[in-house]
Every structure is written in C-alpha cells, then in structure tokens.
Design a protein around this ligand. Structure first.
Ligand SMILES: [Zn+2]
Length: 243
C-alpha cells in the first residue's frame, strides 16, 4: 500500500492511524520491523505510537547519504570508493553462504576441466550480482562498525583523500561533525536478531551443489524507486526531490 501526503512529521499521524486501524480490523499482528529514513530513535517523534514495541530501523542508504554530506563533491574521484567501503563497514556477507557459493563454482570448474583457482579469484570473477543472489548479508554489530567507519574516515581525511589534482574528498571539519552526531544511529542500522530478512525464492544446481536464491527485505529500496518515479511523473518547475 502506498500513501502520498503533502506533509511530514505530524502531517503523517492520520495516515499512520489509518494503517493501524486497517491492521486491527483485519486481525493482523503488527509488522515485524519498520524501516524509516528519519526519526528512527530519540524522542523527536515516533509516529507509530500504537505499536510501541515494533522495532524501528534506519535505512542504511539514508544513513550513508548523511555521511556523504561531509564530502566536497559527489563527483570526486574517490566518492564511489568511499560509498562502497562505507557499506562494507556496515555489512558483511554470510561466510557460510559465501563458502557454499565458492564450492559450487569450484565444482563447476572441475566439471569443465578448468585448473583449480583460489577462493579470492573465484569471488572476483563471480561479481556482486551473483554473490547477492546466493548470499545473505548481515550487519557487523555496533562496535565493529563504529571502529571501521572511524578508520575509514581517518584514512580518507587529508592526504589520503586527495584526487589527482589535489582536491580533498572531505570537508574535514564537517565530516567529523557529522560522524559525531550520527554515531548514535549505528545501533539503528543493526538487523534485529529474530527477524528473517531474506526469503528463499528458488534454487539452482551448480557444480553438484544446490544453491538457494534469495530476495532481500531489508531497507526501503522499493519505496525509494516509487519516489523516483513520482518525481518524474509529477510535473512541476520547483520539484526536484521527494523523500
Ligand atoms: Zn537512530
């Protein structure tokens, strides 16, 4: 269900009440988990007051965009590298899933008479989309992520973040100020332990091993695509961004 409103914050209360009434009327339990792009924690606003025990998480893409505001430009040569590593500071591939995928590919190579290669070489050739089909990602936990992001920022601050013409990736004061204020949300990025975030939608046999095919339910990618679509189909001179 999608609801389009002209307001945010308190402007959404009636819409939220309506959703909760529909769940109640239908005898459905509350959703297991809610992803938001703001207002994840703290006392500013929790609009889903009717479901006080529902876990609320911050969408990782939005969190990454907040940190990216500390960059001098999204066109900087190191910007994409920074975003990729930021994501890797938050998520790790499930080692079991990855080992199974490697074993399947090694089996396939053996069947084709190809000489054995290392795990790293196999992973490199697989590409991200193939890994994402068969492997689940898990959050690394608060402590590790705080440490890794701090290290990444330190590594790309100053000298390490200069491009070929000497432009720094970060506005140094700004990026550390943002990190100071955003660190408390690392807790809001962690997967709740009891919620199943992947659905198995199929399987395929490779190298004699049956591999599951997964679909991810984490985050707010599908509403984001819808926002992008709305942004394009609603004509308007001043509209450039909808969140
Ligand atoms: Zn938060």
């Amino acid at each position: 269900m999608s609801v389009m409103t002209v307001g945010e914050g308190a402007g959404l209360y009636e819409m939220v009440k309506g959703i909760q009434r529909r769940y109640e009327a239908d005898g459905q339990p509350r959703p297991e988990l809610l992803y938001v792009d703001r207002g994840c924690c703290g006392a500013d606003y929790r609009i889903f007051r009717g479901w006080p025990d529902m876990p609320v998480r911050l969408d990782v893409w939005h969190f990454m965009r907040r940190l990216a505001r500390g960059c001098t430009s999204t066109e900087h040569q190191l910007y994409r590298f920074f975003q990729r590593w930021l994501s890797a500071c938050i998520f790790a591939w499930s080692a079991d899933d990855q080992n199974q995928l490697i074993a399947a590919n090694r089996g396939e190579q053996r069947d084709q008479g190809i000489a054995e290669t290392s795990d790293d070489v196999i992973l490199k050739h697989l590409g991200k989309s193939s890994i994402a089909r068969h492997c689940r990602r898990v959050t690394r936990g608060m402590e590790e992520t705080i440490q890794l992001i701090g290290d990444l920022l330190a590594c790309l601050d100053g000298e390490g973040g200069l491009d070929t013409i000497g432009v720094p990736l970060f506005d140094s004061d700004r990026v550390w100020e943002i990190w100071d204020s955003q660190q408390r949300h690392i807790a809001c990025l962690q997967d709740p332990p009891d919620v199943q975030l992947y659905t198995k939608i199929g399987e395929l046999v490779k190298g004699g091993i049956t591999l599951p095919v997964y679909r991810r339910a984490r985050g707010s990618t599908s509403p984001e695509s819808f926002h992008l679509h709305m942004n394009r189909f609603i004509p308007g001179k001043f509209m450039s961004y909808i969140t």
